[in-house]
Design a protein around this ligand. Structure first.
Ligand SMILES: *Cc1c(COP(=O)(O)O)cnc(C)c1O
Length: 253
């Protein structure tokens, strides 16, 4: 049974109104992923990460009951509290996708299995030190899966505000690859405001290819949000970060 069909039937089989809404939204998003994958002639299917920022721990539990295993969060304080409230759930994987300050590294590695948003050497070093401590204290065994965030704005602005500029990526990748506690896994990017996502994701695909020439293990590509998942799938995204189209409009805060 494909994902969309499975979520449609989950929606029919629940009495909880919110679970039903989430299941129907998941079915619709998976239909879009399927169509985009077929249109792009892809045989691999991108992984959906459901971004639950602004939404409560109870929604994470509902998503997990529906079979979702990949959850994304973009603010450390909210994510840490939510992960604690949700508690350990089978195979639940937390992805930290937001802007990161190096003084938050210690906190992030307590709950995040993946960090998508390392964009400066200082952040990479902070995560390395935080992981060294976590491993030293026996809280973790495996290295942290790390993606480097690339700034796709053209022309690029200063580093550290939404990504590393492509010209500095090589040095950042070297820093990540030199840590035994970090597993350099690939790249993440957000389509720039005010530009069509297609050409931006096309640039990203080229940057990713260059990175893989030096680091063959860095094969993940985290790109695509509710509005632009089709363009991301067309340009090789392996991980999609979808919030709004699954959870609904975010409450104003
Ligand atoms: C919120 C967020 C998303 C999800 O965006 P939607 O438009 O809600 O799908 C993806 N990536 C990052 C970095 C985010 O902060």
């Amino acid at each position: 049974m494909d994902f969309a069909t499975a979520f449609h039937s989950a929606a029919e089989n629940t009495t909880d109104e919110r679970t039903r809404e989430l299941a129907l939204n998941l079915a619709a998003v998976h239909e879009r992923i399927d169509e985009a994958s077929v249109a792009a002639g892809r045989e691999d299917r991108p992984q959906l990460i459901v971004v639950t920022k602004y939404f409560p721990a109870s929604d994470v539990r509902r998503l997990h009951e529906l079979g979702v295993r990949h959850i994304g969060e973009n603010k450390d304080q909210e994510a840490g509290a939510k992960a604690q409230e949700v508690g350990p759930l089978e195979e639940l994987t937390w992805h930290f996708i937001g802007q990161l300050q190096s003084n938050k590294a210690k906190s992030v590695v307590r709950y995040a299995d993946w960090v998508h948003s390392a964009d400066r050497v200082k952040i990479v070093n902070g995560l390395h030190k935080a992981m060294e401590k976590e491993i030293g204290e026996g809280h973790r065994e495996q290295p942290l899966n790390l993606l480097l965030q690339v700034d796709l704005r053209d022309p690029v602005s200063e580093d550290g505000r939404g990504g590393c500029s492509p010209k500095n990526l090589k040095a950042l990748a070297e820093a990540a690859a030199s840590s035994p506690h970090l597993r350099l896994s690939g790249l993440m990017a957000v389509a720039p405001l005010g530009e069509e996502p297609e050409p931006a994701f096309a640039r990203l695909a080229t940057i990713a290819e260059d990175l893989r020439a030096d680091h063959p293990g860095a094969s993940m590509l985290s790109a695509g949000m509710s509005q632009d998942l089709e363009a991301a799938v067309a340009h090789g995204a392996t991980h999609l970060r979808i919030g709004r189209d699954v959870l609904g409009e975010r409450p104003y805060r």
